[in-house]
Design a protein around this ligand. Structure first.
Ligand SMILES: [Zn+2]
Length: 453
């Protein structure tokens, strides 16, 4: 629908007149404050504005929408979007829509095609209205709060900051609905974006930057879905498997590439890691894989990055050594010396000597024997992942602190709240959105907000 400059001028004047009416209404709401015997503080004035702002802003929004949509609201004929048959207006239906500026109410022509058995509102489509009462601007803010704080707190904060009060259930529902639509392909940065981050971390004179691929499991509190008439089953701790890829630019700076955590099995974890591996230009970086002793993560990482350097997380490894020392020697100087000697051997790539030493040990008891055997197996299995000194010489990391902090910030901070037990799907939705935030893809993951849901 086109309009001439003259139409536009008339429109602007009509909006001006309508807005003046809203200002009058709003000024009426200030009379009490203006009549007060003492000077109100600026804080009091601002609070008063907050309480009455939807009169002004919501009112003006309603007026502008009314002016701009006049032709839609009077529409009596429309073509069926499926069969193109000409349809007469079926009815006028009124609905209220909530925005950050306040609520507006619209009477919208409804059309129904009997042949296609489908109805539609041309005005809703033209304005790209969400079919929920809360519009996309509100949904986006609800989501932003909901991924940081428990839903009840999010609802309180929302009210405090905007004066509007969606329920905590509404925030919960919005988050699950939108988050459900954010797949790994959207949450992980695109190949172009990853290229850009690698280029930024690469300076021409230096060697290739180090790309750390670290994997780990975190404990997530989950619960089964309750039956219609039964109580919910007991909660259960399950493993959220996660990976984090980040660049070391040689200046001890970490450049985030991608984080991904889901409560899922090893096969799905591998598939997900393949998605991000497919976006990494593997010849442009030196890749270090980091993990603890869990088999699933090594199987997945070596499949996705076959030429990478493998490093057993030093801190996990040292913890095993300390455990044996404590059981075998107690808190003694001998124990300390043995620990230092063993760790030095691991650093010097002398794992064979370290294992030999363990084998010659006379266990002080059954428990010590068990741990000694465990450590022998552990070192034997991960022998090729233990050359710590070589790593240091080549600028490769030996500890996966990066993934541990991701575990904390992505999983624990939001999932591990007292009394919170998550349905697997909802927990994973939360994890996806929180990963998107850390990956710098939150806006992309929010794209469904621009669509008709
Ligand atoms: Zn039709």
């Amino acid at each position: 629908m086109t309009s001439t400059p003259k139409d536009k001028k008339a429109l602007i004047e009509a909006v001006r007149a309508a807005a003046h009416r809203q200002v009058d209404k709003w000024v009426d709401q200030q009379v009490e404050m203006l009549n007060a015997p003492t000077l109100p503080t600026l804080r009091q004035m601002s609070d008063q504005f907050m309480q009455t702002r939807t009169t002004l802003l919501g009112g003006c929004l309603q007026e502008i929408v009314n002016q701009l949509t006049a032709s839609y609201r009077q529409q009596e004929l429309a073509a069926c979007p499926h069969c193109e048959k000409n349809l007469k207006r079926h009815s006028l239906n009124t609905k209220t829509f909530n925005t950050l500026q306040g609520s507006i109410t619209l009477e919208r022509p409804y059309f129904y095609c009997r042949d296609c058995k489908a109805g539609f509102y041309p005005l809703d489509e033209a304005l790209e209205l969400a079919d929920k009462a809360y519009q996309y601007d509100m949904q986006e803010k609800m989501l932003r709060l909901g991924i940081e704080s428990p839903y009840a707190i999010s609802a309180d904060l929302f009210k405090e900051l905007t004066g509007l009060s969606p329920s905590d259930h509404c925030i919960h529902e919005t988050l699950n609905r939108i988050g459900h639509l954010a797949p790994i392909e959207e949450v992980i940065p695109s190949a172009e974006e990853i290229e850009r981050r690698i280029a930024a971390a690469t300076s021409s004179s230096e060697e290739k930057p180090v790309l750390v691929v670290a994997s780990d499991g975190a404990h997530a509190p989950t619960r089964p879905k309750g039956g219609r008439n039964s109580r919910r089953g007991p909660g259960k701790w399950r493993e959220a498997k996660g990976f984090r890829l980040y660049l070391l630019d040689g200046k001890e700076r970490i450049v985030q590439i991608a984080s991904w955590h889901q409560i899922q099995d090893a096969a799905h974890f591998t598939k997900d890691l393949e998605v991000v591996a497919g976006r990494i230009p593997q010849d442009r970086v030196r890749i270090a894989l980091l993990g603890d002793g869990a088999d699933w993560l090594w199987t997945a990482m070596t499949k996705c990055f076959p030429k990478a350097h493998e490093v057993l997380d030093y801190y996990h490894c040292a913890e095993h050594v300390h455990k044996v020392a404590k059981l075998q020697y107690g808190d003694t100087l001998e124990g300390q010396q043995w620990t230092e000697a063993t760790i030095t051997r691991l650093f010097m790539d002398q794992t064979g000597f370290a294992i030999g030493g363990l084998k010659r040990m006379q266990p002080s008891g059954a428990e010590a024997m068990k741990e000694i055997k465990k450590l022998i197996n552990y070192l034997g299995n991960h022998k090729h992942r233990l050359a710590y000194q070589e790593c240091k010489d080549n600028g490769l990391p030996i500890g996966s602190g990066g993934i541990e902090s991701a575990n904390k910030h992505i999983c624990h901070v939001r999932l591990k709240r007292s009394g919170a037990w998550w349905l697997e799907n909802n927990g994973n939705t939360m994890l996806r959105l929180r990963c998107a935030l850390y990956n710098g893809t939150f806006d992309i993951a929010l794209r469904p907000l621009q669509w008709h849901l």
